[in-house]
Design a protein around this ligand. Structure first.
Ligand code: AMP
Length: 493
C-alpha cells in the first residue's frame, strides 16, 4: 500500500521557528544556557529544554511553556551539578557543556514528547541534539530508516538526524554528523552535545541565523541570535557559515565543512521583517536598522496625506519609526498592548479571537479621534487580528485609516521553518490588494514591494540575491515535494 504523503505536517509543526544555544567550558553551563534562552523567548514559547554532560552521560530537563515555566530552578541546579561532575573527575578542570532549545508552533500538537533537545546514541556515545528550521525530505528519510528497522519515538524531523548519525556510524568510524547532514535537505541550524564537546551546524543555504560568541572567560558559545550573546556578556565573533560545522571543546573552537556554501544562499527575509529580535544582528545587518529602513522605503513607495503615524505594537514599531522619519509626519503611540495577555489567550474561533484581541489592545481615543492615521505593521497573515484592530481604531473615532505593511503580501507556504497559516487561510492568497483593503475596511493599504524589501535587506557582501522570499513570490530555492506544492497551488485558486 502506498504511504500516505503529506505526513509533512507532523515534522513541520515539530520544528517551527525555534531558538538554540550551545556553550562549553563555562561554570554553570545550564544557568548560562537558560539565560540565553530568555533572550530567545520570542523564537518559541511552546516548550523549552536544556541538556548537560558530565563527560559520560547526558542529563535533560524539558517542559512546556515559556522558558521560565518549562525549566525550574531545581532543574538548573541538577543540570549544573551534573556538568560540574566532569571537572571533579580525572585531571579535567572544566565543567561539561550545555545545549538548549525553545520551540514555537502556532498550530499542531503540543506534545511534550516533541520538546527538545532530543537525546540519542551513536558510535561516538550519547548525544543530544536541538534543531531550528525544517527539513523538507524528513518523511522520505524516516520511511527508509524505518524500513531498515529504526523505531522512532517522536514525530519530530530532528529525530531523523539522530537516526542518520546512528546509521552512518553503525559499521565504521566516520564523521557521523557530517554524513547525516549531507543527507538532509531544508533549513536547519543544529546544536549537539557530546561527552567531550558541543557542535553547531548550519544548512548550506543559511536559512536561519546562527551566531558564535566569545565569553569574557575565553569560552565560546553559539546561539540563534546575537541577543542571546549579549545577555551572557559574550562578544559576537561571526556567524556559523552555511555548510559549516563548528566544534567547541576544551581545545577551543574548530571548524570543518560538511558542504559548500550554496551558490545562491537563502537567508529568510521574514527573520528581518518579523521574527528576529530588533536588537539582534543577523545575516550581517542589525534587525532594528533594517526595519526602520523598511518603514522609510514604504513612505517613499506609498506616501499619504495624514496627521500622524502610529505603530501596531510591538511588531510595527521599528518600521513606523522609519515611516514617520521619512514622511515627516508625527509619530504617536495610540494602540496600547496589555503585556500580561499571553499567546495562550489566543483562541481557535473568530469570535474568541476577537474577544482576545480586544482585551489585548486598547486604543487611546484622544490620539486617534478625528485624525487621519497611518498605521504601520510588519505583516498580515490571515488578516483576522488586523481586521479587528482596524475596526477598533475606527470605532475610537479615526477619520481615515491608512494601513502600511512592511513586507509584500504573504501568499505561499513556508517549508523552511516559519509557521504561516494554511494557504487557504492566508488573506492574500488569490486576492489582490484592493480586495484585501476592502475586506479590512481601511481607506488605503500598501504592502512594501519585494524590490523595496530587497533594496534594504542586503548589505555589501550579502545582496538581495541571497534572501529567500518564497512566501511572497512562490519561488523556492530548492525543490519542494511536488505533492506539497500541488496542495499549495490548489489552495490558491
Ligand atoms: P493577522 O491579521 O491575523 O494576519 O495577524 C497579523 C499579525 O500577526 C501581525 O501583527 C504580525 O506581526 C503577526 N505575525 C506575523 N507572522 C506571524 C507568525 N508566523 N506567527 C504569529 N504571528 C505572526
Amino acid at each position: 500500500m502506498p504511504h500516505p504523503l503529506p505526513q509533512f505536517d507532523l515534522p513541520r509543526q515539530a520544528n517551527e521557528k525555534c531558538g538554540v544555544v550551545a556553550i562549553w567550558g563555562e561554570q554553570s553551563p545550564a544557568r548560562h544556557a537558560f539565560l540565553a534562552h530568555f533572550a530567545l523567548q520570542h523564537r518559541g514559547q511552546e516548550s523549552a529544554g536544556l541538556c548537560t554532560t558530565d563527560g559520560r552521560t547526558i542529563e535533560r530537563a524539558v517542559g512546556m511553556g515559556l522558558v521560565s515555566q518549562a525549566i525550574t530552578p531545581s532543574d538548573i541546579e541538577r543540570l549544573d551539578a551534573h556538568a560540574t561532575q566532569r571537572a571533579q573527575t580525572n585531571s579535567i578542570r572544566k565543567p561539561g557543556g550545555a545545549i538548549g532549545h525553545n520551540r514555537y508552533s502556532t498550530t499542531g500538537p503540543s506534545a511534550a514528547a516533541n520538546a527538545q533537545p532530543l537525546v540519542g546514541h551513536y558510535r561516538g556515545g550519547p548525544v543530544a541534539l536541538a534543531h531550528n528550521g525544517n527539513l523538507v525530505n524528513a518523511v522520505q528519510l524516516r520511511k527508509s530508516l524505518e524500513a531498515r528497522g529504526h523505531a522512532f519515538a517522536t514525530t519530530s524531523d530532528t529525530e531523523v538526524m539522530l537516526a542518520l548519525m546512528a546509521a552512518a556510524s553503525q559499521e565504521r568510524e566516520t564523521d557521523a554528523l557530517a554524513e547525516a547532514l549531507q543527507q538532509v535537505t531544508g533549513a536547519f541550524c543544529v546544536v549537539l552535545l557530546h561527552q567531550d564537546r558541543v557542535e553547531a551546524a548550519r544548512d548550506p543555504h543559511g536559512w536561519r541565523p546562527l551566531a558564535i560568541g566569545k565569553m569574557p572567560s575565553g569560552n565560546y558559545v553559539v546561539a540563534s541570535e546575537t541577543v542571546a550573546l549579549d545577555v551572557l556578556g559574550a562578544e559576537f565573533v561571526r556567524e556559523v557559515e552555511p555548510g559549516e560545522i563548528v566544534t567547541i571543546s576544551d581545545d577551543g573552537i574548530a571548524s570543518r565543512r560538511f558542504a559548500d556554501v550554496a551558490p545562491r544562499r537563502a537567508h529568510c527575509v521574514f527573520e528581518h521583517v518579523y521574527f528576529a529580535s530588533p536588537a539582534s544582528k543577523i545575516f550581517g545587518q542589525t534587525v532594528q536598522t533594517v526595519r526602520e529602513q523598511l518603514g522609510a522605503k514604504m513612505a517613499e513607495e506609498a506616501p499619504v496625506e495624514a496627521d500622524l503615524v502610529m505603530p501596531m505594537p510591538d511588531s510595527g514599531r521599528s518600521a513606523a519609526t522609519g515611516y514617520a522619519r521619512q514622511s515627516g509626519l508625527p509619530y504617536r503611540e495610540g494602540i496600547i498592548p496589555n503585556r500580561y495577555v499571553g499567546r495562550t489567550f489566543i483562541k481557535p474561533t473568530d469570535e474568541e479571537r476577537a474577544a482576545a484581541v480586544r482585551v489585548k489592545l486598547n486604543i487611546v481615543g484622544d490620539v486617534v479621534r478625528g485624525k487621519r492615521v497611518v498605521i504601520v505593521d510588519d505583516s498580515i497573515v490571515r488578516g483576522t487580528t488586523t481586521k479587528i484592530k482596524m475596526d477598533q481604531v475606527r470605532a475610537a473615532g479615526a477619520k481615515e485609516v491608512h494601513l502600511r505593511i512592511s513586507c509584500p503580501p504573504i501568499r505561499y507556504p513556508c517549508y523552511f521553518g516559519v509557521d504561516f497559516a494554511d494557504p487557504k487561510e492566508l488573506i492574500a492568497t488569490g486576492r489582490g490588494v484592493e480586495h484585501i483593503r476592502a475586506q479590512l475596511g481601511v481607506d488605503s493599504l500598501h504592502f512594501l514591494s519585494i524590490d523595496g524589501l530587497l533594496a534594504v535587506a542586503a548589505c555589501d557582501e550579502v545582496t538581495g540575491e541571497h534572501f529567500c522570499t518564497a512566501c511572497y513570490s512562490g519561488e523556492y530555492r530548492i525543490p519542494v515535494d511536488p505533492e506539497l506544492r500541488k496542495n499549495a497551488m490548489a489552495a490558491k485558486c
